[in-house]
Design a binder for this molecule. Structure first.
Ligand code: ZN
Length: 315
């Protein structure tokens, strides 16, 4: 198909499914991640199950080609979906310009986006994508991609200091604090404990149109920044809604009840602008983690419900 025909096909398919009755159509995008420490192929079935157990969503998995793959025929039908969930992290050169343009148009015209954990590592030099996610890290980001941002005095504050973007410590449990009333956070406790996970810090980006929903203190004792770092964010891009969670390094982290609930709620909000789900009674408290053994058991490394701490911090 020529580029012109593809664009016409994309326009003709716009908004034809999302307004229909029935489950919310979700595209779950995967196919790549930097290194081997993000096991995206194991994580996709967990994310899919988490969405589908609500009864609200119908999830199609779309796997992008690897490096050297056939991108001439990779034309995801973004417009058939109310929201695209990214379990995906690729370098700038992976997507051709017309593919990037089609995704930009999709979100700008009202499509939803959910960025999970290392999805905010992707595409450091794709300007529109970084405006969608607000903040990102790694893949050689520096001050060229924007200031550091952290939460201070009730808002996201920029820090112009030079240096690399993205860091975290060992995967220990951390306390999360709600910072905004929002459909995603309404009904959640003001503070809760998140299961052992990477706490992303020192992220950079344009930081535009970002509502910080929740933060966590990044403790210098564990390679932290000493700041309250955004962990859940809502971003607007054109008419599109973006939910950005920095949580979810591995299945152990994804099994935390708060991850499950905020991911389910954030995906509904990104798709529809509303959240109709109840907060689970097993939601963690300010002092105690709570996790789902059914999801944890989907990890081959899961050991009797224990929470293995990371001895060698990786991205
Ligand atoms: Zn990670």
């Amino acid at each position: 198909m020529t580029k012109a025909l593809w664009l016409i096909a994309a326009v003709l398919s716009a908004a034809c499914v999302c307004s229909a009755a029935g489950p919310i159509p979700v595209m779950l995008l995967d196919g790549e991640s930097a290194g081997t420490y993000h096991k995206w192929a194991l994580i996709t079935p967990v994310l899919k199950k988490q969405l589908e157990e609500t009864g609200l969503f119908r999830v199609d998995v779309v796997t992008a080609p690897p490096a050297g793959g056939d991108y001439n025929s990779f034309k995801p039908a973004f417009r058939k979906y109310a929201v695209v969930v990214w379990n995906y992290d690729a370098p700038d050169e992976r997507w051709p310009a017309d593919l990037k343009a089609s995704f930009e148009q999709y979100v700008r015209e009202g499509g939803g986006l959910v960025s999970v954990h290392a999805a905010d590592n992707a595409f450091p030099n794709w300007t529109a994508f970084n405006e969608m996610i607000g903040l990102g890290g790694w893949r050689a980001r520096t001050q060229q991609q924007g200031p550091y941002w952290y939460y201070k005095d009730g808002k996201l504050a920029p820090d112009p200091a030079p240096g690399p973007a993205g860091s975290h410590g060992r995967r220990t449990p951390y306390q999360v604090t709600v910072r905004a009333g929002h459909p995603i956070t309404n009904g959640l406790p003001q503070q809760w404990m998140h299961q052992g996970d990477e706490l992303y810090a020192r992220l950079r980006g344009p930081g535009k149109n970002v509502t910080v929903l929740a933060t966590a203190y990044s403790d210098p004792v564990n390679n932290g920044s000493g700041h309250d770092e955004p962990v859940l964010m809502a971003i607007s891009y054109g008419r599109g809604r973006v939910f950005h969670t920095t949580m979810g390094h591995d299945i152990n982290a994804l099994s935390s009840v708060d991850f499950v609930a905020t991911f389910q709620r954030g995906t509904e909000w990104a798709a529809t602008g509303e959240v109709t789900q109840k907060v689970p009674t097993s939601f963690p408290t300010a002092n105690t983690v709570s996790y789902r053994t059914d999801f944890a058991a989907m990890d081959p490394g899961y050991r009797n419900g224990l929470n293995p701490l990371d001895a060698a911090p990786r991205q």
